[in-house]
Every structure is written in structure tokens, then in C-alpha cells.
Unconditional design. Structure first.
Length: 551
């Protein structure tokens, strides 16, 4: 019996708030709590039952806003910056993983269309979970982090294609191949029209609303653009997800993009929460328990069916085993678009209710295991490095150096330090895991080694035994700790200067023997305080005294 929309929303969001907070305290993605909330208020558990029709209708808005925000954040330069490895490797991995998933489903007796949907579900990862597991710093500053982030960006785009193609195949009619071609042509035409015309019209409309000086009207206008384009797409026979994505794409290059994204995020998070609650409502616990072998198989496909192809592709591209396995470990889980694809399949009748529950059960478990899988893959990569050490740069780069500085990391910070040392005629050698960066540096005659700074053979190639200082400018805490441990055992007189991201990390690094640990947040706070006090007329000497007292 329907209790009314307000009660449905209250039950969904209230339960999601409580269980999402529990998941967060357990260091899990709140997404898990939201799905558990849906299970709690769904028809397959005792107690209050939320109105499924109302929740699913609200969930459609969540999907539209989620896809709109992805289009809004999409930049061609970001896609090109990840390189050919990701641009070619991610589609290849998705094809391999989809084939493995579909093949396994066919062997279990699934119809061909259901098998394709299951293959798509296990082939994509989650940008949201990726950020939770790795952290934004790792994704931006480490090679494996940048590769994993690029992989997820390409997979986000491929998900849009999968939604369109699979939705068309799930349609009625005899000649589905011809329908797929026709629907693809309509979708491409819709994309072209909205991007070409929308990129001119939509920013102009939002600019006019902005001139009114009302934030409330701007928020309403953004919602109208996102949902209006999604609805228009549905009218012309294109998926709501694609319509919302294209609307965001049309605004991505506008100078209003950042403002639009800032306003849409709260709406997106609210309705996306309801979407994940709707996934929980649709789950059948009895089907998950009865079909546990299928759940286990799908879980293995989600984790290993993605991780193994990714690791192989990255390794074949010339990167080290530890980089390949760390990249694979970060994206070896399902995510929000796995739920989107499965929900679309269920709504179109392509996926049965028990199969949907089993697939989503496997997806949830993969998200819970995302952190341990990433850590295990990193340890396995380091084990392989120790078993088969192979410094990728010739040892003569550092041959003959004495009393030199070893730089861990040749990014923006490392290069700045290196330029100053070079200008002062202080000998140095750097280590970095970005092969393209190292190749460009060595082509210019600079002493830069390619390799993982946390491995002893690479440190030996940098002549760590004869060095005076070790300057760690990388953002990988594990590699930094290992490098300091190896270096101090080989050269106890080494003076170590290292960066840290928290006070807890600072204490740990000092315990390993670091002479000076620079915490980025503290240094930033000191600079902000220095400029503030200078503005109020406090002398530089007094400011230095204040900062010294603060530590």
C-alpha cells in the first residue's frame, strides 16, 4: 500500500543516512550503506516497505544527474593526457572482460542478451570507489594512480556507449541488428545536434539567468537543462543516460562549467543516493544465498576478469610489474555504472530478478574488497620486483658519483630541487617511475633513473651507498617508507629529507630515520598565516618567532 511520496523519500534517505554513516565509520564506501538501506526498506525484508515505483522514478533522476555531471567534467585534453596506452588499452580490456563475463553467463545457462548485460556489468569500474581507495593525491601524482584514473575516465565514456547499444538490443522487433544500426545513427545525430547547438545555446541561457543575480533561479535552470535534455533524448528514442551526458558535454567548455558543476553536485548526490537505495530495494537476499556459486563466479570475473587484462596490457606496454599490478588492483571492482547497466537491463526485461540480485551482490562484495585487493596487488608487485630485479636505466648514470643527492621523484617538486642543485654544481641523481618523463630527461643528458624508488636494486643503481642526502619528493607513502628503510640500512649516515601528508605519517617517517619531514598542510598553513600577519603590520622577525613556536 502506497504511503505517499514524502514518507517514501523520508524512509529512503533516513535509512540511507544511518547506514551510510555506519559504512563510512567502517571505512567503506557509503554506497554500501545506501544499498543496505534499500534492502532494509525493500519488499524482501520484514518491516516498512517503501513504494518501489516511486523510488525507481526518483532513481531515474539520479542516473540522469550522475551522467550529466560526468559530461560536465569531461575534457578532451584530460582524455589525451592519459596517453595511447589508456585510450587503446581500456576499450581492449572492456572487450576482454565483457567477453569473459558473457561467456561465463552463457555457460551458466543465461540467454544471450542477459549474458551481454552481465558481461558489461563486470567489465567497468568505479571512479567514486577509486578515489575512496587511492585518494586524490595518489591519482594525480603517481604513475599507477594516473593510469588508473585515466582507465576509469575512458570506462565512464564506454559505459555510455554500452547503455545505448544494449538498450537497443533489448528492444522489441525482429531485425534487432538493423534497429541497433538505426538507433546508433539516431544517437549520433542527437549527440551532434545537442553538442553543436547546445554548446552555443545552453551557456547563453544560463548566462542570462546568472545576470538576474539569483542563485535559486540558477540552480533551477541547471536542473531544467539536465533533466530537459534527458527527457528530450527519451522522446526521440535515445536513453536518458546519454541525453544527460550530452547536456553536460555541451556545457563542459563553457566558462560556467565550474559553477554549474558546483550547483549540480548536491542534487546529484541526493538523487544518486536514492538510486543506490533503489538497487537495494530490487535485491532478493534469497536469490543471492541460493545462487552463491554464481555470485562467487561473478565476483571473480569482476576482480580478476578486469585486473588480469589490465595488468597484462600495462606490462606489455613496457611498464614494470609493480606498476601494472598496482594499476590493475585499483580498478578491480564494480561501481556505480555496474548498477546503472544492471538496472537498465532489469527494467528492459533483459535481466531476470534473481540474476540481477546475484550480479549486484557480487558488485557490492567487490566494492567492500576494493581496499584489500589494491593493497594485495601492490604487495604482489613488490614481491615480483624483488624476485626479478631489473633496473630499467643503465647503472652508469650514477657511476662515479660521491657525496651526491638522491632525489626520489622527478615531478614538479623534484625538478625544482634538481634545477637548484644543478645551478650550484651539486651532484645529483633522480629516480622516477614515469617512463616517458625519464626518457625525455635522459634524452637531455640528465641523470634520471627509471624505476620504483622503493626497490633496493634501483637505489643501488643511484649509488645510494655513496650519497650524502636522500630527498623524497614522491606521494607514494609505501614506496617512501621502503626507500628510507633500504637506504638507511645501506648508508646509516644518510641525511633524509622527506615530504608527508599528515602528522601521523610524519611521526612514522621520523621513526624510520628521516632527519627532516615536511608536512605539506603545515607549510601551507604557515604561509597563509605569514601573509595574513604581514598584512596587519606584524614584523617578519616576530612572525618567524610565532611560526617557530607553532612548530
Amino acid at each position: 500500500m502506497t504511503e505517499g511520496l514524502p514518507l517514501t523519500i523520508l524512509a529512503a534517505l533516513g535509512t540511507a543516512l544511518v547506514l551510510g554513516a555506519v559504512a563510512h565509520r567502517l571505512r567503506l564506501s557509503p554506497m554500501i550503506g545506501y544499498i543496505a538501506a534499500g534492502l532494509l526498506v525493500g519488499p524482501f525484508t520484514p518491516g516498512y516497505v517503501a513504494d518501489r515505483t516511486e523510488v525507481l522514478a526518483l532513481a531515474d533522476i539520479g542516473v540522469a544527474l550522475l551522467m550529466f555531471s560526468i559530461g560536465l567534467r569531461f575534457r578532451l585534453n584530460e582524455l589525451s593526457s592519459v596517453g595511447r596506452l589508456v585510450l587503446l588499452g581500456a576499450p581492449l580490456q572492456v572487450a576482454i572482460s565483457l567477453g569473459l563475463g558473457a561467456g561465463a553467463a552463457l555457460l551458466l545457462g543465461s540467454p544471450p542478451l542477459e549474458a551481454l548485460f552481465l558481461g558489461a556489468v563486470v567489465s567497468v569500474c568505479s571512479s567514486v570507489v577509486l578515489v575512496k581507495v587511492a585518494g586524490e593525491t595518489t591519482l594525480q601524482t603517481t604513475l599507477h594512480g594516473r593510469l588508473a584514473l585515466g582507465w576509469s575516465i575512458v570506462q565512464d565514456l564506454l559505459t555510455v556507449v554500452l547503455v545505448v547499444v544494449l538498450s537497443t538490443l533489448a528492444g522489441s522487433g525482429e531485425n534487432r541488428a538493423l534497429q541497433a544500426v538505426a538507433s546508433t545513427a539516431v544517437a549520433l545525430g542527437f549527440v551532434a545536434v545537442v553538442v553543436i547547438l547546445g554548446s552555443r545555446i545552453l551557456p547563453a541561457i544560463l548566462a542570462r539567468v546568472t545576470l538576474l543575480g539569483s542563485r535559486e533561479l540558477f540552480v533551477v535552470a541547471v536542473a531544467v537543462v539536465a533533466l530537459g535534455t534527458a527527457t528530450l533524448a527519451n522522446v526521440v528514442g535515445v536513453s536518458v543516460a546519454l541525453g544527460a551526458f550530452v547536456a553536460g558535454l555541451a556545457l563542459a567548455e563553457s566558462d560556467l562549467a565550474a559553477s554549474v558543476l558546483g550547483e549540480i553536485v548536491p542534487l546529484r548526490e541526493l538523487f544518486a543516493t536514492i538510486f543506490f537505495v533503489s538497487v537495494g530495494i530490487l535485491l532478493q537476499p534469497s536469490a543471492i544465498l541460493a545462487g552463491w556459486p554464481a555470485v562467487l563466479l561473478l565476483l571473480l570475473l569482476i576482480v580478476l576478469g578486469k585486473a588480469l587484462p589490465i595488468a597484462a596490457i600495462v606490462r606489455i606496454a613496457g611498464h614494470r610489474a609493480v606498476t601494472a599490478l598496482r594499476t590493475a588492483g585499483l580498478v578491480a571492482q564494480a561501481g556505480e555504472f555496474s548498477f546503472v547497466l544492471a538496472t537498465v537491463g532489469l527494467q528492459l526485461g533483459a535481466i531476470s530478478q534473481p540474476t540481477f540480485s546475484q550480479a549486484m551482490g557480487a558488485a557490492v562484495i567487490s566494492i567492500v574488497l576494493a581496499g584489500p585487493v589494491a593493497a594485495a596487488s601492490a604487495r604482489m608487485g613488490e614481491w615480483l620486483e624483488r624476485r626479478a630485479p631489473s633496473p630499467a636505466a643503465p647503472p652508469e648514470v650514477a657511476r662515479g658519483l660521491r657525496r651526491h643527492v638522491v632525489l626520489l621523484g622527478y615531478g614538479s617538486v623534484g625538478r625544482t630541487v634538481a634545477r637548484v642543485l644543478q645551478a650550484r654544481s651539486i651532484p645529483w641523481v633522480a629516480i622516477d617511475a614515469d617512463y616517458r618523463l625519464v626518457r625525455a630527461a635522459t634524452a637531455g643528458g640528465l641523470p634520471v633513473l627509471y624505476g620504483d624508488a622503493g626497490t633496493l636494486p634501483v637505489l643501488e643503481a643511484a649509488a645510494i651507498d655513496d650519497a650524502t642526502m636522500l630527498v623524497a619528493a614522491i606521494s607514494d607513502p609505501l614506496a617512501t617508507r621502503q626507500a628510507i628503510q633500504h637506504a638507511m640500512r645501506r648508508n646509516p649516515r644518510l641525511h633524509v629529507v622527506v615530504r608527508a601528508h599528515s602528522e601521523a605519517e610524519q611521526a612514522e617517517l621520523q621513526g624510520l630515520g628521516a632527519a627532516r619531514v615536511i608536512t605539506a598542510e603545515r607549510q601551507l598553513g604557515h604561509e597563509l598565516l605569514r601573509h595574513t600577519l604581514l598584512r596587519y603590520g606584524i614584523s617578519a622577525g616576530e612572525i618567524d618567532l610565532i611560526l617557530r613556536r607553532r612548530g
